[in-house]
Write a protein that binds this ligand. Sequence first.
Ligand SMILES: [Zn+2]
Length: 207
Amino acid sequence: MKLLHAVAAGLAPPLCAACGRSCRLDSVLCSRCSRRLAAADPLTGAGPPGLDRSWSTAPHEGVARDLITALKFRRLLPVAGLMAERIQWLAPAELLSGAIVPVPTAPLRSLARGFDPAAEIATALAKLTELPIHPCLTRQGGGRQVGKRRSERIGHPPLIRSRGEVPRSVLLVDDVQTTGATLTACAQALRASGAIRVAAITFTRRL
Ligand SMILES: [Zn+2]
């Protein structure tokens, strides 16, 4: 299926992944959306409980949010490459260290989609930065967060477990930071298995 998607994407006329207008053949975004994304300010901070630090390339709005939608629901995989480029370009150098661990998607959801957005971004970032990638977390249950009220999402953090050997220094990667409950659950599982440093990078953050 992946190959079919790739072929279809290659034959389709080049359209901006955010606004749908035509764009240059080798581009994911049109020039207007590129400028808007470039103007978005990264967000930093201590992060949710359990994290040493979390950093996001942009607030979850505008072109950045449109890119998340394109990756999640329209499976535009070149978008993951663009996201990884923005992360590498803007993230503080000391943050881009350790082993990259993708935040796990609920199994039913990644199965239904045929791919895992966080894993796609993490893989692209690992290639760019030459950091090792270590998918050592799993997630139980449906854990559907979209459409739930914020209070419900906070009340029921996802069940995250580690498997195999866990790196001592971890850089968690996800598409969106929402309440931070998922990142906290990941950090708890990692630290319980020996991780010393746990930082997180997400493409966007809901404010
Ligand atoms: Zn555009």
